[in-house]
Design a protein around this ligand. Structure first.
Ligand code: SAM
Length: 169
């Protein structure tokens, strides 16, 4: 189980980027995303992508983040530009039951203590979407992008020169 906790989600300010965090989590190999603020519109958007393109990705919003972090049965990885460089941290991080925490605004100090690892995708500021994508790709050795998504209404057939979408229902 690989899950993402998105902390600090503000509606409507972060709606677009949190949607991108969720879709990136799904596409790059996570199983679920948990969002601190309740946001039904975000849940509907992500679930409609799942219905159309398949897979078992779960989204839950309105999460008690402290409880989730404290009770997580596995490893908690907080992505932060202040953390240990990914190249040094990655060999120590187990690849199963990982909760990946990404912020929206400045995260509270306690995240740095609650996390098992504070990991930087380079020690420069960029984006939670970029940080999550690169982290998942490294954690899963590139295999997250190779997963199949079953049960959707359509399937994309890779095409080097255009769009081919197969209707399955
Ligand atoms: N200014 C905020 C702070 O000081 O915590 C960070 C805001 S940043 C746009 C939002 C999130 O992107 C951060 O909480 C972190 O999860 C992620 N992020 C940005 N740059 C990162 C980096 N170089 N490595 C890891 N995560 C990063």
């Amino acid at each position: 189980m690989i899950a993402v906790l998105r902390w600090g989600h503000r509606i409507p300010r972060d709606s677009r980027i949190t949607t991108h965090v969720a879709l990136t989590a799904r596409a790059f190999g996570a199983d679920a995303i948990y969002v601190d603020a309740e946001d039904r519109a975000l849940e509907e958007t992500v679930n409609s992508v799942k219905d159309r393109f398949g897979g078992n990705f779960e989204i839950r919003t309105g999460i008690n983040w402290k409880k989730l972090i404290r009770e997580w049965k596995g490893i908690r990885v907080h992505l932060t530009m202040y953390g240990e460089h990914i190249d040094n941290a990655l060999p120590e991080i187990p690849k199963e039951n990982v909760l990946i925490i990404v912020g929206a605004e400045k995260v509270p100090k306690e995240f740095y203590e609650l996390a098992d690892f504070n990991v930087a995708l380079g020690n420069q500021p960029h984006s939670e979407v970029a940080a999550l994508a690169v982290f998942l790709d490294r954690l899963l050795d590139g295999k997250g992008l190779g997963r199949e998504f079953h049960g959707g209404a359509v399937r994309i057939i890779p095409n080097p020169r255009g769009k081919t979408v197969e209707e399955l229902e």
